[in-house]
Design a protein around this ligand. Structure first.
Ligand code: ADE
Length: 305
């Protein structure tokens, strides 16, 4: 792939290590917050080289659930190991009772925001006179670049599923873009590594991207991640739109049970829409696998270039 740029080999070999407090340098730049604490921009010293890093800090007063999620995320990342299309763990540090998770930095931030800021109004010259008319919204990213982002995510997810890890919160806001626009799956806070997972605790569910069987029976599998990937494709096509906009969770569940699925958008190629519908098949076993999706997306990119 033309913009495939893996981390330097050295980092791949030494990723995920125990860091000392001296190895870490935090800036005041806040990249995100959550119930666990915050993510700050910083650097990590790996063998004398300072690498940019997004550093997750578990706040001191974090409750037990947040602590468990933090530890779970570290454990899952260790189990998953290095992959070019996921946000990799550089290392962890425990300092004065505070825990730090140093992650690979993705300079272009989250995909949802990036897509929204990539929107430009498409104008066409009218047939009579030379007035410019607004015809719709397009992206500064080309159709092939958008497909490549989808393919990067599917490749990262293929790796995750090969390790029997279920993400459970795959959505554009949880995909990060590097400086060279490589998309990487991030935010393993809700991930589980059991191949199949039945949720027993009462947690808020990201219902707009969650599969039907996960919403109704709380059963999560790699195939429910495939459903979410279909929603992510829809987010890409709509340049960061909100799925089922305005619909409340109860109504959505009812409509999905009745067979309702989001319609094809203007600008969306038929083959891509068919892929979304495949991902949203009622029966999880009827959905494509991430390997199928990677192959199909590669073919679509070839057809366009
Ligand atoms: N926000 C949260 N994690 C991040 C990361 N790894 N890179 C950039 N921004 C982030």
């Amino acid at each position: 792939m033309e913009n495939y740029r893996p981390l330097p080999l050295k980092i791949m070999a030494i990723s995920d290590r125990d860091l000392t407090w001296d190895d870490i340098s935090l800036t005041s730049r806040l990249l995100g917050t959550g119930n666990f604490g915050e993510v700050r921009k910083g650097t990590v010293n790996l063998d004398g080289e300072r690498l940019p890093s997004a550093i997750k800090v578990l706040k001191r007063g974090a409750d037990e659930a947040a602590r468990q999620d933090f530890q779970q995320e570290v454990d899952i990342m260790r189990h998953v190991g290095y992959h070019p299309y996921i946000i990799n763990l550089l290392g962890t540090c425990d300092h004065q009772g505070q825990q730090y998770m140093a992650l690979e930095m993705a300079g272009n931030g989250d995909l949802k925001k990036y897509l929204r800021t990539s929107r430009v109004l498409e104008t066409t010259s009218a047939a009579y006179g030379n007035t410019r008319q607004t015809a719709g919204t397009v992206s500064t990213l080309s159709p092939v670049q958008l497909l490549r982002i989808a393919c990067d995510v599917a490749t990262g997810m293929e790796h995750l599923s090969s390790k029997d890890v279920i993400h459970r919160d795959l959505a554009a806001r949880n995909v990060l873009l590097t400086d060279s626009l490589i998309a990487k799956v991030a935010d393993f806070g809700l991930s589980r590594g059991d191949g199949i997972y039945e949720q027993t605790s009462k947690r808020a569910v990201p219902f707009r991207s969650t599969a039907l069987e996960a919403l109704s029976k709380r059963i999560y599998t790699t195939q429910s991640d495939v459903w979410s990937f279909g929603i992510l494709l829809w987010e890409i096509v709509t340049l960061g739109g909100t799925p089922y906009s305005g619909m409340k969770s109860g109504l959505l569940l009812r409509r999905l049970r009745e067979g309702y699925r989001m319609p094809k958008q203007r600008n969306c190629d038929e083959d891509l829409y068919q892929m979304m519908l495949q991902c949203w098949q009622r029966r999880p076993e009827d959905r494509p696998t991430f390997s199928d999706l990677v192959e199909q997306l590669k073919n679509m990119m070839e057809d366009k270039s």
